[in-house]
Design a protein around this ligand. Structure first.
Ligand code: 4AD
Ligand code: MG
Length: 431
């Protein structure tokens, strides 16, 4: 008998494996026809069909027959072309070893119809094809990001999650007891990126951010991963270019490497043309009014208005020049329009909404001091941030883009929680 060489589902299907293989994985599905057992074996690379015939190898047949859904198994056998098998290949089992037998699988077809149940059982339901596809697409999005920033000369940094300053306002802060003092969980690493600029000039960061979001929506998590970037000597137009380049790269890589996963999710994704459209806040205000979602100049773009405008677009776009009243204190305004900031949101089409927020920061010490005072902010917790402006701070800009928000749009997921392996929301902190 020939020696079995370790291989994988993907290599077998792609014809890259030897003829005699060992494949290790899990029983995704099983059915029996007469004296023949068919198992869809899943491993980290995909799915491959295994068949075990009674009379051919009784031990293999018995192993396959007695295996249960989600049992961990090792299969050794011969790769055969078979037009009826998914992907056109099948492993005809000579040995079928159940390494760890699974108990009766609790996620029945009926139970799987309830999203709540699936998320209660998330530790198990993540083995489903859609959950797997979403996670692989997310990993591709993150991988593309690492490459993008490296190619563009950005240094990866890290920053603390225990912080004192509220980057994005006090209303969504999680506070923690820090040896008897109050600390907060970081909403954004932006201030640390700004501090790193004189040392590194172009920085980016990839780490969790925390928001005490009391709204139950399809786009809010309480803990999510944020990609942020900051550049010295770069103004807002350059900042927008950096963002559209990043999102394009994410889409490009998913289109190149994750076609099967897009198909599993029923997602039609197209490469968005560059540059992305830039719509001013004022234009957005008037469009929203015409679409029946009016709001006051100065308010943040309300979710329904954002959604309505987003539905009129078929690729991502920027809404630029937000009023200062709708932005955090650090935003720079136009010299001739003191109520309008040099900032933008990057918004996904199809009703998905905001993916990123970015802008140019105030780099002048006195201007920032005045802003902090005029907004009655606690000067102590912003003291170090302000002080950066005393030691060589040039014009600079940056942005933050949510990993789960971008994955949600790229993968076409209905709810942001599907873009997270173990999502944290208003009502969920387990498993
Ligand atoms: O728009 P935000 O609040 O902007 C900032 O935090 C800036 N300080 C970033 C920067 O300029 N460095 O958050 C940035 C992005 C959002 O556009 C969104 O994609 C994501 O982070 N985000 C959330 N994702 C999921 N759940 C939430 N509750 C989120 N809040 C923000
Ligand atoms: Mg925002």
């Amino acid at each position: 008998m020939s020696a079995f060489e370790l291989s994988s589902a993907a290599d077998v299907l792609a014809g890259r494996s030897p003829a005699s293989v060992e494949v290790r994985g899990w029983v995704a599905r099983k059915h029996t026809v007469g004296g023949l057992v068919f198992v869809q074996l899943r491993d980290g690379t995909g799915y491959v069909q295994v068949s075990a015939r009674k009379g051919a190898s009784d031990a293999a047949y018995e192993g396959a027959r007695s295996s249960t859904k989600e049992s961990a198994v090792v299969v050794r056998g011969e790769v055969k072309d078979d037009r009826r098998a998914p992907g056109g290949k099948e492993i005809s089992a000579k040995e079928f070893v159940v390494v760890s037998r699974a108990e009766s699988w609790p996620i029945t077809k009926t139970a799987a119809k309830s999203a709540g149940f699936l998320f209660d059982k998330r530790r198990l339901s993540i083995r489903g094809p859609k959950a797997i596809a979403a996670m692989k697409i997310r990993a591709e999005v993150v991988g593309a990001t690492f490459d993008y920033f490296r190619e563009n000369g950005f240094h990866l940094i890290s920053a603390p999650s225990f912080v004192q300053a509220a980057v994005e306002g006090g209303s969504t802060l999680f506070s923690v007891d820090y040896f008897g003092k109050q600390a907060n969980l970081s909403q954004s690493a932006q201030f640390y990126e700004e501090a790193a600029l004189p040392a590194l000039q172009k920085v980016w960061i990839f780490q969790p951010a925390f928001r005490a979001e009391k709204s139950k929506t399809a786009k809010h998590l309480t803990e999510f991963w944020m990609i942020e970037a900051e550049q010295a000597f770069a103004e807002q137009p350059e900042n927008m270019k950096l963002q559209e380049g990043l999102l394009s790269k994410m889409v490009e890589r998913v289109l190149a490497n994750r076609q099967a996963e897009l198909k599993t999710l029923g997602r039609t994704l197209k490469q968005p043309p560059l540059p992305f459209p830039r719509i001013s806040y004022d234009e957005a205000l008037s469009t929203a009014g015409k679409l029946g979602f009016p709001f006051e100049w100065g308010d943040d773009l309300p979710t329904e208005a954002e959604r309505a405008i987003s539905l009129t677009q078929d690729s991502p776009f920027f809404v630029t020049d937000y009023p200062l009243s709708a932005r955090s204190f650090y935003h720079m305004t136009y010299p001739d329009r003191p109520k309008v900031t040099k900032s933008a949101d990057l918004i996904a089409p199809e009703g998905v909404g905001e993916l990123a927020t970015g802008g140019q920061r105030i780099h002048d010490y006195h201007e920032l001091m005045q802003r902090i005072q005029s907004q009655d902010l606690p000067t102590e917790s912003f003291a170090w941030y302000l002080e950066l402006r005393k030691y060589g701070m040039p014009p600079h800009s940056g942005f933050g883009i949510g990993v789960e928000r971008s994955t949600r749009w790229i993968a076409g997921l209905k709810h942001i929680r599907s873009a997270s392996l173990f999502p944290r929301t208003l009502s969920r902190i387990s498993p």
